[in-house]
Design a protein around this ligand. Structure first.
Ligand SMILES: [Zn+2]
Length: 148
């Protein structure tokens, strides 16, 4: 069967042409096809071209940075070890909030921390959060986490 010509399947491109205007004429970043988007920053003629382009970007590592940033953002703070310290009562609270149930206790926790005297050797003067951990205030802003 001698092939005479090939007619590609008709692409369902973004086509917002109307007699009233309000559309752009653009060239697809992936395949070069002319299409007619409503947005001036549209890049692809079809969702398929957008997908192909995305897959190429992933394969070439161009999205790696974004993925990394996402991973960083969703990372929960690690449990601090005995002897870890925090600068500022609010950071202590943020740590507790991330790792324990602190619902509705923000003001109580911060006020308790701010009312501590700054003497780590005084065992009695500490903020006891639960039966596992407590905090001692070493200086104006430095709080030590202690474990039982
Ligand atoms: Zn295209």
């Amino acid at each position: 069967m001698p092939i005479i010509s090939y007619v590609p399947p008709k692409k369902n491109i973004h086509d917002n042409r109307t007699p009233n205007g309000g559309y752009y004429t653009a060239k697809c970043d992936n395949c070069g096809t002319e299409f007619y988007p409503k947005r001036s920053n549209a890049k692809y003629c079809t969702p398929n071209c957008a997908l192909i382009s995305h897959r190429q970007a992933v394969a070439s590592g161009k999205t790696a940075k974004i993925e990394k940033q996402k991973a960083k953002k969703s990372k929960k703070p690690k449990l601090a070890e005995d002897g870890s310290y925090f600068i500022g009562a609010n950071n202590v609270y943020q740590y507790l909030k991330a790792n324990y149930d602190t619902r509705g206790q923000k003001e109580i926790i911060i006020q308790s921390l701010l009312s501590l005297v700054t003497d780590v050797d005084d065992v009695d003067d500490a903020y006891f959060f639960n039966d596992k951990i407590y905090f001692r205030r070493e200086s104006e802003r430095k709080y030590y986490l202690m474990n039982f």
